[in-house]
Design a protein around this ligand. Structure first.
Ligand code: BTN
Length: 243
């Protein structure tokens, strides 16, 4: 593991991507920063984090052999790497909200941005961006349903140690991916999945509310929801929201 520690950068994902364009990166190169000026979230959103209170970091990995059609397992491995670390610290009421938010007490404490490099039909390497709210105690009113480890567990964490623990756990779950332990990854992910198999209300991209229950994740990573009439519908990330 090689860790590059910065005080500030625009985005650790962008930093690592640029570094990889100029030199060959070692597997599990990590870039962590105290502050991001332009932290990026999923679907072109921003990632806002109080400087030096939380973890904002990215990990480069290329030590797996994965067909694009199996990409959901990479997402499972990464989400579980973070989830397992937090479970070890007994963070209360933990779950993974599809595709890869980590919740504690039903509030988001961690966001993950995975940027893959594709070669032919395979994922050649990946930059895993992780924003984990650790010691932040207050959030702006404009950000809804967020929390931090400090708020939900009342514990204060050493950021350097927690970072190493997460990367060590990512190594383990990504190793399972290299071993093609897909069934284990899928079972563990579905066990941790928020609202899995629980009848719940959702909203589709046209704003229509409907009842259904999550029954799984398809090969390309779509969410599979069984509707009340027992038919199954699949949704991409932009096509469904949870109520
Ligand atoms: C999300 O929208 O939930 C994903 C958030 C990902 C944030 C992390 S912070 C470190 C890395 N660098 C970025 O610019 N984004 C990711």
């Amino acid at each position: 593991m090689k860790i590059i520690k910065l005080n500030a950068t625009n985005s650790t994902n962008s930093f690592l991507k640029e570094l990889g364009q100029n030199s060959a990166l070692e597997n599990f190169t990590v870039v962590v920063t105290g502050e991001q000026k332009k932290g990026r979230g999923q679907q072109e959103s921003k990632w806002i984090s109080e400087p030096f209170k939380n973890l904002t970091f990215s990990v480069f990995t290329n030590d797996f052999d994965l067909e694009i059609r199996h990409q959901k397992y990479l997402n499972f491995a990464i989400s579980l790497g973070v989830f397992n670390t937090l479970a070890h610290h007994k963070i209360p009421n933990l779950s993974i909200k599809w595709p890869n938010d980590i919740l504690s007490a039903n509030k988001k404490i961690c966001g993950i941005l995975i940027e893959n490099n594709i070669k032919g039909t395979k994922i050649n390497s990946s930059i895993i961006g992780i924003g984990l709210n650790v010691n932040q105690e207050k959030f702006p009113d404009t950000i809804k349903n967020v929390s931090s480890l400090k708020i939900t567990s009342n514990l204060e964490f050493d950021l350097d140690r927690l970072l190493i623990e997460i990367v060590e756990n990512l190594k383990k779950t990504i190793h399972l991916l290299s071993l093609k332990e897909y069934l284990k990854l899928e079972t563990d992910y579905l066990t941790a999945l928020y609202k899995n198999k629980i009848p719940s209300m959702f909203k589709d991209k046209d704003g229509i509310l409907f009842m259904g229950k999550i029954i799984g994740v398809s090969n390309y990573g779509n969410l599979q929801v069984e509707l009340e009439d027992e038919t199954t519908r699949e949704f991409g990330v932009k096509e469904i929201s949870f109520l």
